[in-house]
Write a protein that binds this ligand. Structure first.
Ligand code: S3P
Length: 433
């Protein structure tokens, strides 16, 4: 993919449905009784992996553009798949499905592509084993062979990593356990699972504990079908927010973007660094806050002296860090990211991917075990790599807009993992130099 420097961006973009919410909408409506219509389901390849795994498990699904109709089978109504369930590149598919399949009365095998097969699965194998499911893996990596059991044993679990996927996996297994299953969350992570389970009628209890928040579900909960609309993906919005905020005379409107408090830190951070972003028409849809975002390009003047992001905010920004790294090249004082070693086990080692690509584009950057620091810089067009990682491909497409000269991104097609039309969309809103 070749990208030229841009003068500015202008227009309105209807972004694809949120990836995290779409996965959950498909999985939870399958667990429900009755038929659910999901509107604005993500176009992402990852969410297509979730749908095809569900179909293999005997769930009837119809697609009509971005409308998806799911005929729920109930919590234990899935059918054993004779073939392996291919989760593709999707960490959310494999970890959430593992929680659901642990509580079925049959065995399943979950596989994935090369990247997914390198990602850590001990974080879900341990709690599910404690719940009495038996799981075979290759040194704690996929393929995962899950020997389901019903009912599972209810547990109280304290994850060692701040991960919404781990939390969700355990809560989903808890729906098929005898008694109450709790997760103690020390650092808040995205709470789409809690919100959507409630939407489907589950009593999800939350209480403040001494060292965090305790989230509890009961094994006798039942999910009932209920139509829902998926908000546009704030993680996809982030690429256009950064691009437009940094290029003078830009104006981009992004309607109906998900503004869940556990996901929208990127908007707050960009505003702190002087980005002009307005939030309009705020409302709540299917238990999730949404609003329109309008961003205008102007000279950035920081309202904060804290050019270091670390601590609890990292979990709220985790998928936006590649694009924030690019933003760091455009702001006074640059940007340092710390306590973000989870980035090393995403679709690529995102610390390494960001550092290598920024260096190729002439940015001064220092790598740490748990993050990096990038200085303000004049970016130069270069040949960069996506490392097979959708968010790296899209972040560096935005970096290319700020650079002098052409940038080539190898293996940029992987953007389809979350945003298949990303490059066409960028093309339609960009005015080039
Ligand atoms: C996700 C949670 C995050 C995030 C991923 C989607 C989810 O992963 O990076 O893109 O949908 O629950 P972790 O839970 O592993 O941090």
């Amino acid at each position: 993919m070749k990208i030229q420097p841009a003068r500015n961006l202008f227009g309105t973009i209807n972004l694809p449905g949120d990836k995290s919410i779409s996965h959950r909408a498909a999985l939870f409506s399958a667990l429900a009784t009755g038929e659910t219509r999901i509107k604005n389901f993500a176009t992402s390849a990852d969410c297509a992996s979730t749908l095809s795994c569900l179909e293999q498990l005997g769930v009837e699904i119809k697609r009509d553009g971005t409308n998806v109709f799911v005929k729920g089978v109930g919590k234990t109504g899935f059918q054993k798949s004779e073939d392996e369930l291919d989760c593709g590149n999707s960490g959310t598919t494999i970890r959430l499905l593992a929680g659901i399949l642990a509580g079925q009365r049959f065995d399943s095998v979950l596989t994935g592509d090369e990247s997914l097969s390198k990602r850590p699965m001990r974080r879900v194998i341990e709690p599910l084993s404690e719940m009495d499911a038996s799981i075979e893996a290759v040194e704690n990596h996929a393929p995962l062979k899950i020997f389901g059991k019903n009912p599972l044993r209810a547990i109280s679990f304290e994850p060692q990593v701040a991960s919404a996927q781990v939390k969700s996996c355990v809560l989903l297994a808890g729906l098929n356990a005898s008694g109450k299953t709790s997760v103690l969350e020390k650092t808040p992570t995205r709470d789409h699972t809690e919100r959507m389970l409630r939407w489907f009628g589950v009593d999800v209890q939350e209480s403040e504990a001494e060292n965090g928040r305790l989230i509890t579900v009961s094994g006798d909960a039942q999910l009932r079908a209920k139509d829902l609309l998926v908000p546009s993906d704030v993680s996809s919005a982030a690429f256009f927010l950064v691009a437009a905020a940094c290029l003078k005379d830009s104006e981009i409107t992004l309607p109906n973007v998900g503004l869940n408090p556990t996901r929208k830190a990127v908007v707050e951070v960009l505003k702190d660094f002087g980005a002009e972003i307005e939030i309009l028409n705020e409302k709540e849809i299917a238990g999730e806050p949404i609003g329109d975002l309008r961003v205008k390009g102007r000279k950035l003047e920081s309202k904060t002296s804290a050019n270091v992001l670390r601590g609890k905010i990292i979990a709220n920004l985790i998928d936006e860090i590649p694009i924030l790294a690019v933003f760091g090249t455009q702001i006074e004082g640059g940007l340092e990211i710390r306590e973000a070693s989870e980035l090393r086990v995403k679709e690529s080692d995102r610390i390494k991917s960001v550092v290598e690509n920024l260096r190729k584009m002439n940015a001064p950057v220092e790598e740490f075990e748990d993050g990096f620091r990038v200085g303000k810089s004049e970016l130069k067009g270069a040949r960069v790599d996506s490392f097979g990682d959708h968010r790296i491909a899209m972040a560096f497409a935005v970096a290319a807009l700020f650079a002098t000269g052409e940038t080539k991104i190898t293996d940029a097609d992987c953007a389809a993992v979350s945003f298949p039309a990303f490059f066409e969309t960028l093309q339609t809103v960009c005015n080039y130099k």
